[in-house]
Design a binder for this molecule. Structure first.
Ligand code: NAD
Length: 336
């Protein structure tokens, strides 16, 4: 069946990687030919950038619509024209949610509800909710499976957990084909320099120190964006309705271990580490078990972490013109 896919937040870090893959040479077979195959809906907040979509700009199957997932009329009109929705659009930075949470609730919760309403009304076949392992909260040991309880701690994580539950309720109540994915920390090119890896790389490339929160012993699992994109495609094309799939990268590091790797890649001295006051409510450890997507759908993270991190560092070294202006962008709010 030829599918038209509405990708929300497709001008963001992961959404744009997904769109570049859908419309690239190895794109899926079920995509509609030509016009209307992939529509990106993105409001272009400070985090959105059309530069990330430069590679697909002239593609006949690509359409860009600037607008919000909270705009019910716009979302309704778009849902009428698309068979599937892959929902990335979100406020995504934990630190910002600690400063001011209301935009997180508006976009992440009400925006998801607006999309679900339209999906139901317009008979959208599949709704893929892209979520995060942060909904499971901090785990002293072990790894979260899809059955683990939700225990989000930051306003960001709470807004994603709320959106996941609302989306799954639309499956149970209305029979909408909702699939939820929960991935670990993504890395790769084109990530906004507010996030840990690009923040540290861009600081090191400018000769500055790197601010490590607290003792730096917080543990995170790292997932290359392309592995995430592969996992999402497996779930979109072969996953089951009403199911949750964790997507992990298989590389677990403390923030301090990661920082030392970044220092080494930039030829910088460990003296550049500056320990700063810990983030409020900082989760100590995340870990996801991705056995379900592996056994059911054949997912395996393919990226070699060391090589992918080195390639990411090279990308930031070679693309200063992309990230430099983002460092001086307004701290909050939408672009004019
Ligand atoms: P991002 O911040 O880079 O991109 C978010 C995109 O959404 C931006 O292009 C922004 O303009 C757009 N957007 C924001 N509000 C919008 C609105 N109201 N209407 C339409 N568009 C809007 O985020 P990302 O890192 O690419 O994350 C994508 C998704 O993956 C998010 O849902 C996030 O919660 C989830 N996720 C990300 C990570 C990660 O490591 N980056 C990890 C787990 C889950």
């Amino acid at each position: 069946m030829n599918t038209r896919i509405l990708v929300t937040g497709g001008a963001g870090f992961i959404g744009s990687a997904y769109v570049r893959t859908l419309l690239g040479p190895d794109g899926p077979k079920d995509l509609a030919d030509g016009a209307g195959a992939v529509t990106v809906l993105d409001s272009l907040t400070y985090a959105g950038s059309l530069e990330r979509l430069r590679a697909v700009r002239g593609h006949p199957g690509y359409t860009f619509v600037r607008g919000s997932v909270c705009d019910a009329d716009l979302v309704d009109a778009l849902a009428a024209d698309h068979g599937q929705i892959v929902h990335f659009a979100a406020e995504s930075h934990v630190d910002r949610s600690i400063e001011a949470a209301s935009e997180f609730t508006r976009t992440n919760v009400l925006g998801t509800q607006t999309l679900l309403d339209a999906a139901l009304r317009r008979g959208v076949r599949t709704f893929l909710q892209v979520s995060t392992d942060e909904v499971y909260g901090s785990l002293p040991h072990g790894a979260a499976t899809e059955e683990s309880p939700l225990a989000p701690n930051s306003p960001y994580a709470a807004s994603k957990a709320a959106a996941d539950l609302i989306a799954l309720a639309h499956h149970r109540t209305h029979g909408l084909d909702v699939r939820v994915t929960r991935c670990s920390n993504n890395f790769g090119p084109h990530q906004h320099p507010e996030k840990l890896i690009p923040r540290f790389l861009t600081a090191l490339l400018r000769g500055e120190s790197v601010p490590v929160y607290g003792d730096g012993l917080q543990v995170r699992d790292w997932l290359h964006t392309q592995d995430h994109v592969r996992g999402l495609e497996l779930v979109r094309t072969a996953g089951r309705a009403g199911e949750i799939y964790n997507i992990g990268g298989g590389t677990s590091l403390t923030n301090l271990e990661l920082t030392h790797r970044l220092l080494a890649l930039c030829g910088a001295d460990p003296a550049r580490i500056a320990h700063v006051t810990d983030r409020k409510g900082h989760d100590r450890r995340y870990a996801v078990d991705h056995t379900k997507i592996s056994t059911e759908l054949g997912y395996r993270p393919a990226a070699d972490f060391g090589a992918a991190l080195a390639e990411t560092a090279r990308w930031y070294r070679g693309n200063r013109a992309w990230w430099q202006p983002l460092l001086s962008a307004p701290a909050q709010g939408r672009r004019p």
